[in-house]
Design a protein. Structure first.
Length: 353
DNA sequence: AACCGGTCCAACCGCCCCGTA
DNA sequence: CTACGGGGCGGTTGGACCGGT
């Protein structure tokens, strides 16, 4: 037996566009009572709508954290890149774009981005050049084939994710992970370095750095200019990490980030080693007495531990202007081999999580 | 001014998955 | 195990809007 059915939804329900009065009622209700059982919202809010309609209206229009206005070039590139990896999984794509809805992205894709890619000679379905005559290139993938593709994904099909401007960004830098595939058997692993390729060539249209993960999309919203002779990402914002920064983790990710290391001092996780995240936010504070200002600072994440998925392979990348995509130059298994080596001393540390 | 075709997007529809009893 | 309802998701649609004739 499910939940008791409501006679309310048997009444004549309104459809179509929402009036400002209806918006106001729904907004008032959510503001007052929060998001709960959508099926009971129409009755409680005095709306002649079905619960689903209310939910949709809230998610796609009334939600206060929605970003209005047209998509930026960066956002469009993210969508194209993520679509290459995820296909029409709009909700997962939307999860990488704060303030944007799956519906909005879907509409943008169908009305604009598809055409844009075709104009560039790229098949919007396969994200490969349209010149190929191989019929297998254009066929719809089966679910198994999709999974195989996700498992052995190449950089031409993966993401180029933005590193936003520190200098102009008043918000604390954040880092988010979203799960793209789920390992059949959860694997506890550790790795000793964030998989940021310091030698990445910057996107000619922006300062994006591709952060690639074989099984996950790593979206890194920290702005940095890539310095090719450096092992790390130099942070240009003078007061970056001055007080605290945070890490947003999605998809019930469990893991921890021990510390950032900067020339001016270490950053340690204030919540300690047992920190777990479930769609939560971790906060870090600077262990050094004060951070120096001015100039570039290198930072590195150390001892990043995850469970339930494999640590990514590490790729060298280059941006191809012709193909408008990132190309894998070479691949190192250093991290994946480390990650699966349970004799690695850091593995014990991870086991404590 | 009226008509027409194309574009865009808000909202609906149908399906699926999950939790509950 | 089954039935049922809620919620989420992707595909589709209908109407508003706009530019051209």
């Amino acid at each position: 037996m499910g939940r008791p059915s409501s006679t309310y939804n048997k009444q004549k329900l309104r459809k179509g566009l929402w009036s400002p009065q209806e918006d106001e009622k729904l907004m008032k209700h959510i503001t007052q009572f929060g998001i709960g059982c959508w099926s009971s919202v129409p009755k409680q809010a005095g709306l002649q709508r079905c619960g689903k309609s209310c939910r949709l209206r809230w998610i796609n229009y009334l939600r206060p954290d929605l970003k209005r206005g047209s998509f930026s070039h960066q956002e469009e590139n993210i969508i194209i890149s993520l679509h290459a990896v995820l296909g029409n999984r709009w909700s997962q794509i939307a999860a990488q774009l704060p303030g944007r809805t799956d519906n909005e992205i879907k509409n943008l894709w169908n009305s604009c981005l598809k055409k844009k890619l075709i104009q560039q000679g790229i098949d919007p379905n396969t994200h490969k050049t349209l010149t190929t005559n191989d019929p297998s290139e254009n066929q719809v993938l089966t679910k198994n084939q999709q999974n195989q593709k996700l498992q052995s994904i190449s950089m031409t099909e993966t993401s180029q994710l933005p590193i936003n401007s520190f200098t102009n960004n008043p918000n604390p830098p954040s880092l988010s992970l979203s799960k793209k595939t789920i390992s059949e058997t959860p694997i506890s692993i550790s790795a000793n370095c964030l998989n940021v390729n310091p030698h990445s060539v910057t996107d000619p249209y922006s300062n994006w750095v591709p952060l690639f993960h074989r099984d996950f999309v790593l979206s890194h919203q920290i702005q940095a200019e890539v310095r090719e002779d450096s092992g790390f990402l130099p942070v240009t914002e003078s007061n970056y990490c001055e007080k605290s920064t945070s890490m947003v983790i999605e998809d019930n990710f469990s893991g921890k980030l021990d510390k950032f290391v900067t020339p001016s001092g270490s950053w340690t996780c204030t919540k300690g080693i047992d920190q777990r995240c479930d769609n939560g936010r971790l906060t870090y504070s600077n262990s050094s007495s004060s951070s120096s200002n001015g100039g570039n600072k290198d930072f590195q994440s150390e001892n990043m531990h995850f469970e339930g998925f494999k640590w990514p392979e590490y790729f060298e990348l280059s941006f191809s202007e012709n193909l408008n995509s990132w190309q894998k130059l070479q691949c190192s298994d250093d991290y994946s081999s480390l990650s699966e080596d349970q004799t690695d001393p850091k593995f014990d540390l991870f086991e404590q999580i």
